[in-house]
Design a protein. Sequence first.
Length: 250
Amino acid sequence: MDREKTQELDILEMPFEGLAAYWLSIKKIMDTKKGRAIVDEEIAHTDEPYILHLLETAFSSLSRNMIRRLARVKKQTQLDDYGRKIDLMRIAVYAIASSENPRITLVRMDSKFAAPLMTEDKAFDMATAMFDAIKPQGVDLGILLSVDHKLQADRLLVKLLFFVMYARRESKQNLEKFIPYLGSHFFAEGVSLAIDNFEPDFLAHHLMEIRDNSVKDTGRKMDMALEMALAIRDKLPYEDVFRIARAYMT
């Protein structure tokens, strides 16, 4: 398998067909030449949390019952994390659209966690520092400004707070030049709609629907991945593993 592509696996963003093709390729390689070696290679080079979890558990000595129990726990943990981070982006888009006071926005973001990720002073100091960080010629804005669900929550919060502050200081229309660097399709769409003066409450509801559908679909992809991994573990024929995948696709 292509190592670079494996590292870029993203179960939230990839389509059902792409995820199915990943597991079918593992099945094919295990059947033809590499056997267990391909699993060890994937474990060493895969960063996607849920897929890595399945690789580490489905092909271990754990019982099927234990594998399923652990998969349920991991699934819920990851879906909670993804939903929370997407919601941080939704809160930021609402704040941009409504020109909300960034202090209020930070309080809204903090409410998504059991305790604040950092003090208010630290959050604003780090977000303010980004104003200077984006100024030097040649700076890699694709790294500096990119936001997505794979970022650590505290880093994501700071970046989103920067965009809220920038929109309030410089106007939301001036965010348009940053859209190519935002990374997340969800956040980029929200910012684009805010720039187009869509109503803040409409945007909040619209993005909430997208968040819920995205998390729901990701849960189904996780279920498909688990069943395919178990079928591969049980050495079912390639055609049967493919049948499992098809059951999850429209």
